[in-house]
Design a protein around this ligand. Structure first.
Ligand SMILES: Cc1ncc(COP(=O)(O)O)c(C=O)c1O
Length: 482
């Protein structure tokens, strides 16, 4: 176990050891029931006196985080793990980014990720999709969904989507998100990507300024670039978009849209607080700037999250988008938008002009998942598996990554974001990792200028065994270049 100590620090060494172990326990990197290193081993490792370790373990015990078992050592208490939180200290320094032109196209990034998906034996920590549902369940549900084949299922349908599915989504948003919406506020889209594109084209004209978080989902930046918008990347802090900078740029550039991923952000995994959401909305109201709230990772939280910004929107400024891609299957291409007030009709018309409507068969399969209760069960299962995998990744990062690396501890979603020393040649490391059948995403892809600070995005939805191997390969490569 690595315990970095600062011998010059005024903080006593036993408290530094206590802090490090407390961090490992509270972040989930050390699991309930796990044995702490023996006093002798830790003393040797950290090159301190055994009494210092005894003192550190004593304080951890007094704090209720660990317990001593006669003759067996110290163990992590099961009741000592609070809800995992984003590390409050995680805020790499960065400036506002106003990019010129991105050199790597979204098409190439997407094509690369499709290629990785088809290759056998690859550990894919770079992708943006979840573990697929049990194929037996899927087969049964798909069969049932199309069993009562009537002509309607294979005919044209409404551009806003099938009534039954819109009703189910509205109900789901109430129980899952605390978002009070009605069937008439829902538009079913071909994945949330289509929703995102429809909304961006609705609010933004070529040459307009648009605010995004920096880093953010690269697929959104690509749509904005294609539409001729000028992007302003406001730095993400540990608690969300920097709101002072946002206010400054709302005043100076009068943007036409704010794009935010408020919950389980891609790529950092950060979820903003209720206070942050409230303030963001107040600023948008003050400058009459619409918000596109992308909640693609909706439902994948381990602990409760605040209601979406849309839930407190009283002026129809916020368009909310969600998807079944990250919880069920991206291939079905079913997402949805929540649109209120005068914006509903023009957006339905745009949807109609775009592709008439989403596949009725895909909509029927999702409907059956929701009606049969399988969706809830599947979500519970997925969350449990993802939590185990996230913890496995945190442990592996502690074990294999260089000391200089730091990372977020997301409360769900699929990703963890690692901040790395600036001198690392990330593209070279990515290529070398691919040669060893491990795929990761370079952080640069998610910054508006495709540069940003040095980072990587890791998807933790693989199995713990795959994670262990993948992170050990990446850790070795990082250390080689340090
Ligand atoms: C933040 C975010 N929004 C939207 C999407 C698009 O997903 P889909 O169109 O499959 O719903 C993604 C996919 O990675 C994403 O990460």
């Amino acid at each position: 176990m690595r315990i970095p100590l600062d011998r010059q620090s005024p903080k006593p060494v036993y408290l530094q050891i206590r802090d490090r172990l407390r961090h490992l326990i509270q972040s989930g990197a050390m699991q309930p029931g796990e044995r702490l290193p023996s006093i002798r081993m830790l003393a040797e490792n950290a090159q301190v006196n055994k009494l210092t370790v005894i003192e550190a373990y004593g304080v951890l015990e007094a704090d209720g985080l660990v317990s001593a078992r006669q003759g067996a050592g110290y163990f992590v208490n099961s009741s000592s793990i609070p809800a995992p939180q984003s590390e409050p200290t995680f805020a790499p320094a960065q400036d506002v980014i106003i990019p010129q032109q991105r050199s790597i196209s979204f098409f190439d990034v997407y094509a690369d990720s499709m290629l990785a998906q088809t290759q056998k034996g690859v550990i894919n920590l770079g992708c943006g999709f979840p573990r697929p549902p049990e194929s037996e369940d899927l087969r049964r549900i798909a069969r049932r969904a199309i069993a009562d084949i009537d002509t309607a299922l294979f005919n044209y349908d409404l551009p806003q989507g099938r009534l039954v599915l819109r009703k189910q989504i509205a109900q789901m948003l109430v129980w899952q998100q605390g978002l009070q919406v009605s069937t008439d506020n829902i538009i079913i889209t071909s994945g949330s990507k289509q929703g995102l594109s429809l909304v961006m084209h609705y609010y933004v004209q070529p040459g307009d300024w648009v605010i995004v978080e920096s880093p953010t989902y690269h697929g959104a930046i690509a749509v904005l670039e294609n539409l001729g918008a000028r992007v302003i990347g406001i730095p993400m802090t540990a608690t969300g978009m920097n709101l002072e900078l946002l206010e400054q740029y709302l005043g100076s550039h009068r943007p036409k849209l704010i794009y935010t991923i408020s919950t389980l952000h891609n790529p950092t995994g950060i979820t903003t607080s209720q206070v942050h959401r409230q303030r963001l909305l107040e600023l948008a109201e003050q400058y009459a700037c619409p918000i596109l709230e992308d909640n693609a990772y909706e439902g994948l939280n381990f602990e409760p999250v605040p209601a979406p910004i849309k839930a407190i929107d009283r002026q129809d400024l916020v368009t909310y988008i969600g998807t079944f891609s990250k919880t069920l299957m991206p291939g079905l291409r079913v997402g949805y938008m929540v649109v209120t007030g005068k914006h509903y009709r023009p957006l339905v018309e745009r949807k109609l002009l775009n592709d008439l409507h989403v596949s009725t068969v895909s909509q029927a399969i999702i409907s059956e998942y929701l009606a049969s209760g399988h969706y809830r069960r599947h979500l519970n299962h997925l969350r449990t598996e993802n939590l185990q995998s996230r913890n496995a990744m945190l442990q592996a990062l502690e074990r294999y990554f260089p000391q200089e690396a730091s990372w977020t501890v997301p409360n769900g979603g699929l990703f963890l974001w690692v901040h790395l020393p600036s001198q690392l040649p990330m593209e070279m490391i990515r290529q070398e990792a691919i040669a060893q059948k491990v795929v990761m995403s370079c952080g640069s892809l998610f910054f508006p200028d495709q540069k940003g600070y040095t980072a990587m995005r890791l998807n933790y939805s693989s199995t713990p065994a795959e994670i262990e191997r993948g992170i050990s390969v990446l850790g070795q490569l990082l250390k080689k270049y340090l």
